[in-house]
Structures are given as C-alpha cells and as structure tokens.
Design a protein around this ligand. Structure first.
Ligand SMILES: [Zn+2]
Length: 216
C-alpha cells in the first residue's frame, strides 16, 4: 500500500445557534457552571475538536448509508465506505480522513475578547435551563442548571486532510466527504441539537485552494 498524495478541504464553520461541546467539569470548573464547554488548556479559548467533527460526520454517514450496528454498538464492519474512509479496527487499511481541530477565526476571537472585556463573559454565553417534571408541572429536581455554550455567530477555521493511496478514487473520496459535510450542516454539531443548539453552516470552502461546493 503506497501513499499517493493529499487533498485538503478547508473553510469556515459558522454557528447559527449556540454550540455546546462539553469540557470536563473537574478540570475546567469556572464559577459553578454545571456544564462547561471545552477550551484550549492554555489560551482558554473555545475550539471544536477534530474528534467531534469526525465522530458526528461518521455517524451521519453510517445512518445515511445504512451501516448501523443493530445492537447499538459503534459500527465497525471493516469493509464499507465509512470504515474505509474513517478507519476501522477490523481493517489494516489506514484512515483516509484526518479532521483537524478547528480554532476560532481571528475575527471571532477578537469579538469574544471584546465581549470578555465589556461584559465579563468568559469567551462564551451562559444559559440557565430548567427542566419541567411532567407529572407535577413544576421545575424538576436539581432545578436550574447553568449551561455554557459558544454564542451564535461564532466562526471556526475548519480543515480536513484526505490521504489518497494507490488505487483510491479521488472523486469518490472527495464526494463521500462532501456528502458527510452536507449532512452535518443539515443536522447539528455538539450537544442538545434537538433543542436548537449546534446548527452550523460551512462558508468559503475550498479543495486544494479552489472553490468547493457541497451542492455538487
Ligand atoms: Zn463499515
């Protein structure tokens, strides 16, 4: 098996609604927030980990292609397109898609820094959420929870590298990724998507520097 080249899809992810990718409460507790977001350990700035982007794109493509494990476990047949491009423990064939961590764009970083100076926000939005006990119609036990999220309008720099090996069909590798990204924009990223979080849009997409559309 011989590596024949790389392709790179780049662009911007814009959040149409608040985005929540959870961090760990133990290590990143600030001011009693029940559910803090993931942040860079040194700069404290929010980012989208490549693992979240890859995992969600993969699971949507599994659903779209019907490659779903009936027992509810993670799909891992080793032979389908999802396993080929995203990698499989059952196949020695190397993973083709490399999803990079997505940092804030410069302008979004600036805006969040400004919001921090002016409003004391910690590069994020805090949202109080209640849950209602259906039997009693009152706020459930535990009551109000403070959830942190990245505010709507925030933008991140997105990049996926496609590794091509001898015998791989470039059009197929690019086309399958396009299909996955389109699904991701139609679905949601991060937590609580069915409650309006995590609606995203891809902007300024390029493939090796040339304009790249998800609608092809
Ligand atoms: Zn498979």
């Amino acid at each position: 098996m011989k590596l024949s080249g790389f392709k790179e899809v780049k662009g911007v992810i814009r959040c149409h609604s608040g985005l929540r990718i959870g961090g760990s409460k133990d290590s990143i507790d600030i001011g009693g927030i029940d559910s803090p977001i993931l942040r860079h350990p040194i700069t404290d700035l929010p980012y989208i980990p490549g693992s979240s982007l890859k995992g969600k794109t993969r699971s949507l493509l599994e659903l779209a292609t019907g490659n779903v494990d009936p027992s509810g476990r993670a799909h891992n047949c080793g032979t389908c397109k999802v396993c080929l491009y995203f990698g499989s423990l059952k196949s020695p064939s190397p993973t083709r898609y490399i999803f990079r961590d997505a940092p804030l764009t410069e302008s979004s970083e600036e805006k969040l820094r400004l919001a921090q100076e002016e409003k004391g926000l910690h590069f994020s939005e805090l949202k109080n959420e209640n849950w209602i006990d259906r039997k009693t119609g009152r706020a459930g036990q535990g009551g109000l929870r403070t959830t942190e999220r990245v505010p709507a309008g925030t933008e991140f720099r997105f990049s996926v590298t496609i590794r091509l090996f001898e015998g791989d069909r470039e059009e197929d590798a690019v086309g399958f990724l396009r299909r996955g990204l389109k699904l991701l924009a139609q679905d949601y990223l991060g937590a609580s998507g069915s409650r309006g979080y995590g609606k995203i849009e891809f902007l300024e997409l390029t493939l090796d520097g040339k304009p790249f559309s998800l609608d092809e």
